[in-house]
Design a binder for this molecule. Structure first.
Ligand SMILES: *Cc1c(COP(=O)(O)O)cnc(C)c1O
Length: 278
């Protein structure tokens, strides 16, 4: 792999004990996903949510036997810093709250941004569109390769949650498909209420997941899309198995793989690993 010759990653040490621990945790999640997956359901993508965790952890999972590629980040500055340190082969997912004025630089500056999952207004989609268009203009290898986006839906109706109201999802999805040629509508995403994921642990269906599936089906119907065209991104550490049982195509799991996150102020982009520990 030419990637590992990159000087920035070559200088990044990986603690072998930590690497083994992470790789084992990843396998456990992948097995739990497979066990929960209904027999006829398509494969489920696992996004390892690495926010506030050092780039060393990401490199460890990328170098692990599973060769994990999909990582999720919530903070724009942190993603920009990690993206320059880590192999281009990594497929970044931006899953955090988006600010309209930061959408354009995000799409323009991270060429291997695989997907933005938190689009909840037409204005944000338009800015991502501009950024991706500028990237394609600058780096011709990206020409014709759209940036995937999920429309985030506020299925729980909680005021503090971002996302478009379920009633507005069709219009926003229509806008992305009609007005943003450098974006590809990949599906719809929700976070959901914690209380509902706790309830669903007792075996019931999670209302947020059922609602997101209904929104997806409505978008597919109203836009006349082929069945299976739009994905569901739903399920996190606490509730990913119930999401998979409910038809999720992508789960976003952080703390169950990487452990508890530090406070934002204490997070490090790069961890210093003692020599000899490598
Ligand atoms: C942090 C985060 C996750 C991962 O949460 P865990 O509970 O640590 O698995 C998933 N999705 C979004 C949008 C997040 O912000």
């Amino acid at each position: 792999m030419t990637d590992t010759l990159d000087p920035s990653t070559a200088s990044m040490r990986i603690d072998p004990t930590r690497a083994t621990h992470l790789s084992t945790a990843l396998t456990t999640i992948l097995t739990r996903i497979e066990t929960a997956r209904p027999p006829s359901a398509p494969p489920v993508r696992l996004v390892a949510v690495s926010k506030l965790k050092p780039a060393n952890d990401i490199l460890a999972l990328h170098s692990a036997p599973q060769h994990h590629l999909h990582f999720g980040e919530n903070y724009q500055q942190e993603l920009l810093q990690k993206a320059v340190l880590l192999p281009r082969e990594i497929r970044w997912h931006f899953i955090g709250a988006l600010q309209t004025n930061k959408c354009r630089p995000l799409a323009e500056q991270v060429p291997n941004l695989w997907c933005v999952e938190s689009v909840d207004t037409g204005k944000k989609a338009d800015q991502l569109e501009k950024g991706r268009a500028a990237l394609c203009e600058r780096e011709k290898t990206y020409e014709g390769v759209p940036l995937r986006v999920f429309v985030q839906v506020n299925t729980s109706g909680e005021e503090e949650k971002s996302g478009v109201e379920p009633e507005g999802a069709v219009e926003l999805c229509r806008h992305v498909r009609a007005q943003c040629p450098h974006l590809r509508l990949q599906g719809v995403m929700t976070i959901g209420a914690i209380a509902r994921s706790k309830e669903a642990k007792d075996g019931g269906e999670n209302e947020d997941f059922v609602r997101l599936r209904e929104v997806r089906d409505r978008v597919v119907g109203e836009l006349g899309l082929p069945e299976g065209e739009l994905e569901l991104s739903m399920g996190m550490s606490e509730d990913f198995e119930s999401a998979v049982r409910c038809g999720s195509n992508e789960v976003r799991v952080g703390s169950t793989i990487f452990g508890e996150r530090p406070a934002k102020g204490d997070a490090k982009i790069k961890e210093t690993v003692e020599e000899g520990k490598e």
